[in-house]
Design a protein around this ligand. Structure first.
Ligand code: IMP
Length: 421
């Protein structure tokens, strides 16, 4: 591995953190490249559960450097809390975490706007209300505040005044709310400077220098392919690019530097929030998958909608991301189903159309096949050969349909349940 990108292939929550944690053993540096504290990455080590929203889960490995890339939108209070919790548990975060000086701050007014817009909207997205959309919007409007702005306080203040001019008009004129004070925002950012300023640097340069020194880099995406703002089920998407393009933009690495693109895919599918979901299961099966897989949002606690593996969705994910191989996670959650459904195609207006644009996915009727399930506890196995024949059939079917190798399999929640196929 020189540079590997791990990408969620569905609607997020594919078990990326667990796979990243596993792959970090072979990496020197782990980079988070997009999203913000909307993500909740859960890792279980020695029966201890860690939930990360911003810091790459690779931080749990001593000696590894973690980078919050320029593509991330960063809630300063959230990040400081995450650092303090980890330091309190004995992890030396401050010496091993680099924060890009080009990452944008999510500020309280972004979160307020996220909530207000959701409440007001006729067509709710079901956002995490972490301020993600409003922050990325400010980035595009060029009124965002970047972590690198902390080094020149006069300049920072000008940026805050400019940002608040627009925001306060919105608050007062549209929502009838009191204005946000410049001092309140300055105080928050300067507190970040005191507590985390030493970690802020030119992350793009750091990564290119690292590659020159033959360091191995692992890029960690948040959310998943179908939540991509360009390629996903727009408007029911997040406001960043969890796909391969986002990995390059959000880290500053170039296409020629990427050696491997690994798709992380759950053995079934889940989705949080609103939006089309062709392979969504009936109430009984959905509830069973939710309970077996503990499918509740790590950030919001919301129950996830659950459904069956979706081949056409994965085919699109492979195409857009240029995936080289797959890691199939949470295979054990399917144990005990007499029959396991797989969506093998889409029907639109009575005709087969697997290539439909994801933003039109609500028009799709899924075509399902059923495969025989298995009853045996598969969490005890560590090789493909040991798995029950029906489990192997299931994985082989996916591989054949997708024409892509499954490289890793995970059959339980913590590190030791993952193995190479
Ligand atoms: P936002 O990213 O908070 O703006 O939310 C937009 C959509 O993305 C909503 O449907 C969220 O539920 C979904 N979403 C955001 N982050 C995650 C995640 O980490 N896992 C799964 N869904 C997510």
């Amino acid at each position: 591995m020189g540079c590997t990108v791990a990408i969620g292939t569905q609607w997020g929550d594919e078990g990326k953190a667990k796979m990243i944690d596993y792959l970090t053993r072979d990496a020197d540096i782990v980079v988070r490249y997009q999203g913000g504290a909307n993500a909740g990455h859960t890792v279980v080590v020695n029966d201890k559960k860690f939930v990360f929203h911003l810091i790459p889960s690779g931080i749990l490995h001593e000696g590894k450097t973690c980078v919050i890339g320029n593509g991330v939108v960063l809630d300063p209070a959230e990040l400081i809390e995450e650092i303090e919790v980890l330091e309190g548990k004995g992890y030396n975060v401050k010496e091993r975490l680099i924060i890009s000086d080009a990452a944008h701050f999510i500020l309280p007014y972004h979160k307020t706007l996220d909530s207000l817009m959701e409440e007001d909207s006729e067509e709710k997205i079901g956002t995490t209300k972490r301020g993600i959309g409003p922050c990325y919007a400010d980035k595009c409007l060029r009124v965002g505040i970047r972590t690198g702005d902390i080094f020149d306080e006069a300049h920072l203040k000008k940026r805050v005044i400019a940002a608040l001019k627009i925001k306060n008009l919105q608050f007062e004129k549209i929502y009838g709310l009191p204005p946000v004070a410049v001092e309140e925002i300055m105080e928050l950012i300067l507190d970040f400077k005191t507590k985390a300023g030493q970690m802020v640097q030119n992350s793009q340069k750091f990564l290119h220098d690292a590659l020159k020194h033959k360091k191995k880099i692992l890029l960690e995406g948040a959310q998943g392919f179908a939540l991509d703002i360009d390629h996903g089920t727009y408007p029911f998407v997040t406001s960043s690019n969890p796909t391969i393009g986002g990995a390059l933009i959000g880290s500053g690495l170039n296409a020629g530097e990427i050696d491997e693109v690994l798709g992380i895919t759950k053995a079934y599918v889940t989705r949080v929030g609103e939006g089309p979901f062709p392979s969504e299961a009936n109430e009984e099966d959905s509830e069973r998958l939710r309970v077996n897989g503990n499918e509740f949002g790590a950030t919001t606690g919301r129950p996830r909608r659950c459904g069956w593996f979706d081949i056409p969705l994965l085919k699109k994910s492979i195409q857009i991301n240029g995936l080289n191989s797959l890691a199939v996670t949470k295979l054990d959650v399917l144990t005990g189903f007499d029959k396991i459904k797989i969506c093998t195609g889409y029907e639109v207006d009575g005709k087969r159309d697997d290539d439909i644009c994801l933003s039109n996915l609500s028009r799709v009727k899924p075509i399902f096949i059923e495969m025989d399930g298995w009853d045996e506890n598969i969490s005890k196995y560590r090789t493909f050969d040991e798995l029950p024949v029906n489990t192997k059939n299931y994985l082989n079917f996916i591989e054949e349909e997708l024409q892509i190798p499954i490289k890793y399999i995970s059959v339980g929640p913590s590190r030791e349940f993952t193995f190479k196929k």
